[in-house]
Write a protein that binds this ligand. Structure first.
Ligand SMILES: Cc1cc2nc3c(=O)[nH]c(=O)nc-3n(C[C@H](O)[C@H](O)[C@H](O)COP(=O)(O)OP(=O)(O)OC[C@H]3O[C@@H](n4cnc5c(N)ncnc54)[C@H](O)[C@@H]3O)c2cc1C
Length: 495
């Protein structure tokens, strides 16, 4: 994508030049803006890098922070370790949780900020920092509207995402996290923000107790970058760092992860080295994924209203809208550490083309099953047909009577499983999110071990801890990244 590695600058002229390219309408999302940016990056390859703000990581949190800081007229550079921008945001489901009276009312859904707070705080086992949770739920809707104003389109209908606990998850029109990265990177570049890929930040620099720069590795060489206002860490989770997972949650260390391989947490450790406090490091979230030795991850679980979990005998064992940590533990307790998911033809239609594609690939590889009756499906999976039939009948009865035997919430959206063809897939567990990280306050300032803000150091998104407690609600990851990314970008201007 963008490789601006050779581009370092401190010339106001560059800004003028890039701005004039923007005015000429040449900085557009997609390949043309990459070309323009690569061109501009070669204009001044010789100068020394000094900025107002350095942002570490080009996911949702980093790009949101960069936009807000640029809107305060600050000169911003985003350093990204990977050869491409986007991080986990790009490969995420893209689902964003927020109270949204306009959309929710149309679907007959009651909601409020207070209820969102209660669910988020209690869903995290009351282990989160209440002040941070309040900030998240209070700002989530503003964050959603800000994204919409920047040009990110969401579908009209909201749904209950796996582990979201309520029907308030928003789906972008563009698949997965593409819309976020396209919209945010376009807006950042239009504001003159520089994005430098292939720059892995490994150390923080300080002068008289104030963080004033970073050391990044680029093409095997160390490079220093300085910033007058400070540094915002937005480098994401550490789910792909086996050593850290083993250290903080040894029982999960054999599991795979669905995160990008760049989710290894070096900037978080660099901040700890200069005195930052880490919090909640033992809280690791899992989602249904491939069982060991299998190839395909089929996300039949995305929408709580359309699927059930099955054990190896074809029986349900948990309500599908349980907290993600309970679901993780219940699935890992099944034979071989995996279970199955089942949905019907109506759920399959609702699941969207990406999930449908995964299912078809898994079907061809013998890792998913499809049949015109529940009995036939059971035979294909190797379950007793009468047991599975009874499970599905009982579930459908519960949906009709609005009373599920496992206590699953039955809403207007919950579907009976009755329309062929019926589908089933493996559901193991994969490491999805690390709830722990840098301790921050509601201004997104990084705190030291005494709870005092470290001057010039901010953090937002998955690199932080204390916002989700022991269990993050579905759709709150992107809301967190946008809300706290914006907060960090706004507040660093006051340094
Ligand atoms: C498969 C998947 C699906 C998900 N689906 C959802 C969903 O639907 N809804 C939801 O709310 N949440 C979801 N999440 C979680 C969500 O993606 C994250 O909470 C969110 O993207 C975090 O944003 P971020 O900007 O903090 O991190 P990221 O988007 O991961 O960005 C961090 C960036 O920092 C870079 N980086 C790392 N180390 C360095 C370094 N040393 N130097 C420079 N750069 C560095 C990374 O390469 C990356 O680009 C999902 C996660 C995954 C993995």
């Amino acid at each position: 994508m963008i490789d601006t590695g050779r581009f370092t600058e401190n010339f106001p002229l560059r800004r003028k030049c890039l701005k004039s390219l923007v005015v000429m309408g040449m900085v557009l999302p997609g390949s043309s803006f990459n070309k323009v940016y690569a061109f501009s990056s070669n204009l001044f390859p010789w100068s020394a890098p000094e900025y107002d703000v350095i942002v570490v990581g080009a996911g949702a949190a980093g790009l949101a922070a960069a936009i807000e800081a640029a809107d305060k007229d600050l000169k911003v550079v985003v350093l990204e370790k990977a050869p491409e921008i986007g991080g986990n945001t790009l490969i995420s489901g893209g689902f964003y949780s927020s109270v949204d009276p306009e959309r929710q009312k149309q679907q007959g859904i009651e909601d409020s900020e207070e209820f969102f707070f209660k669910q988020t705080y209690e869903g995290g086992g009351k282990q989160a920092d209440e002040v941070l949770v309040r900030h998240l739920v209070h700002q989530a809707q503003d964050g959603l509207q800000w994204l919409e104003k920047l040009g990110l389109h969401f579908k009209d209908e909201v749904f209950e995402l796996y582990g979201a606990h309520w029907t308030r998850s928003h789906t972008p029109v563009l698949p997965l996290g593409q819309g976020y990265i396209r919209t945010l990177s376009g807006a950042a570049l239009q504001r003159g923000v520089q994005i430098q890929t292939n720059h892995s930040v490994i150390e923080l620099l300080r002068e008289r107790d104030r963080v004033n720069g970073v050391i990044a590795v680029y093409e095997g060489k160390k490079k220093k970058f300085y910033a007058t206002k400070g540094v915002i860490l937005t480098s994401g989770s550490f789910a792909a760092n086996r050593g850290l997972i083993r250290k903080f949650s040894p029982n999960l260390s054999a599991l795979t992860t669905n995160n990008t391989p760049y989710s290894t947490g070096e900037p978080m450790i660099a901040a700890e080295k200069i005195g930052a406090e880490l919090t909640g490091m033992e809280f690791i979230q899992c989602l249904p994924g491939c069982p060991p030795g299998k190839k395909y991850r089929v996300r039949f679980h995305n929408d709580v209203s359309t699927f059930i979990f099955l054990d190896h005998n074809g029986r349900r064992f948990i309500r599908e809208d349980a907290p993600r940590d309970e679901l993780r533990d219940a699935v890992l307790k099944q034979n071989g550490g995996y279970a199955f998911t089942l949905m019907d033809g109506a759920g399959f239609k609702k699941a969207g083309i990406l999930v449908q594609k995964e299912a078809v690939l898994a079907l061809e590889a013998g890792e998913a099953w499809r049949a015109n009756s529940i009995e036939e499906l059971a035979k294909k999976i190797g379950m007793q047909p009468e047991v599975l039939k009874q499970t599905v009948n009982k579930y459908n009865e519960g949906v009709r009577e609005k009373k599920d035997i496992f206590g699953k919430k039955i809403t207007l959206q919950t579907l009976e499983l009755k329309e062929p063809p019926f589908w089933a897939a493996y559901a193991g567990m994969t490491i999805h999110y690390t709830e722990g990280g840098l301790k921050i306050n509601e201004k997104a300032q990084v705190l030291d071990k005494k709870g005092i803000p470290i001057k010039g150091l901010y953090a937002a998104g998955a690199v932080t801890g204390g916002i989700h407690g022991k269990n993050r609600l579905g759709g709150n990851g992107l809301a967190d990244a946008i809300v706290f990314g914006r907060t960090a970008g706004q507040n660093i201007a006051n340094e």
